[in-house]
Write a protein that binds this ligand. Structure first.
Ligand SMILES: CC(C)(COP(=O)(O)OP(=O)(O)OC[C@H]1O[C@@H](n2cnc3c(N)ncnc32)[C@H](O)[C@@H]1OP(=O)(O)O)[C@@H](O)C(=O)NCCC(=O)NCCS
Length: 212
């Protein structure tokens, strides 16, 4: 089933939002909009550094005159699974097709990457039913659980619905760390002498006056 067949809107739309890949210059708008809805748990909080680092995951919707209207991200776990994250439209732009366009763009990106299983966690499953997602058992998505859920304060009080579009993933790449990680860099403890101090100490040791 192609993306365009499965996500066809039932409502004709004229004009409206343009969707494009995000640039670093969009990071502030993305940060502010996503976090405006993270307080009540509608969206997962994203910090600014994380948004900059992952800005290529994001698509943004803007008006024909270039005004930022909304955003969404596609996180790639691997060829077996991608996840739609942080999809949101400004309150004043809702109901005009921007959210649907963003979601279609993210699904097209999954298709370009050759990923057929796309998941998400949401409180508004009805919106995503329009686009071919179905409710799934969250235990079928261990990658998502290890990436986000285990560190989430709502782990045991989650009110989100897990959804999947396409087949369930048959593998996972994330999991508990079983092997102790070796120390990569030994940290120095104690006083580390400044090179000038070190030279002075050496000079004193042989009985000469250091010239600094
Ligand atoms: C969800 C959201 C992105 C939708 O954006 P939008 O621009 O209002 O959506 P669209 O206008 O493109 O609507 C597309 C279709 O979905 C439907 N729809 C929109 N919001 C819906 C909702 N909350 N529940 C059910 N259907 C919904 C529309 O009626 C439309 O259907 P149609 O094409 O048959 O007419 C937007 O409401 C939003 O930002 N919500 C707050 C953030 C949020 O909850 N994000 C999801 C986190 S997982």
């Amino acid at each position: 089933m192609s993306v365009s067949e499965s996500t066809a809107s039932t409502r004709p739309r004229t004009g409206g939002a343009i969707v494009r890949g995000a640039k670093l210059q969009d990071a502030v708008n993305i940060f502010e909009l996503v976090n405006s809805l993270s307080g009540d748990g509608t969206l997962l909080r994203r910090n600014y550094a994380e948004i900059c680092e992952n800005v290529r995951d994001f698509a943004v919707a803007e008006s024909e005159s270039g005004i930022f209207l909304g955003c969404g991200a596609l996180h790639l776990y691997g060829p077996h699974l991608a996840e739609v994250r942080s999809i949101v439209v400004k309150p004043e732009a809702k109901g005009q097709g921007a959210g649907g366009r963003l979601l279609r763009a993210l699904l097209e990106e999954a298709e370009v990457q050759g990923v057929v299983s796309v998941c998400l966690f949401t409180r508004i499953p009805d919106f995503f039913f329009h686009f071919g997602f179905r409710v799934a058992d969250r235990t079928t998505l261990p990658d998502k659980i290890y990436k986000d859920c285990q560190a989430c304060p709502r782990l045991y009080a989650c009110d989100e619905v897990a959804m999947v579009r396409g087949p369930l993933p048959r593998i996972a790449v994330l999991g508990p760390t079983r092997i102790a990680q070796p120390e990569l860099v030994k940290l120095q403890v104690g006083h580390i002498a400044h090179p000038v101090e070190e030279a002075a100490a050496g000079a004193t040791a042989v009985g000469t006056t250091p010239k600094l």
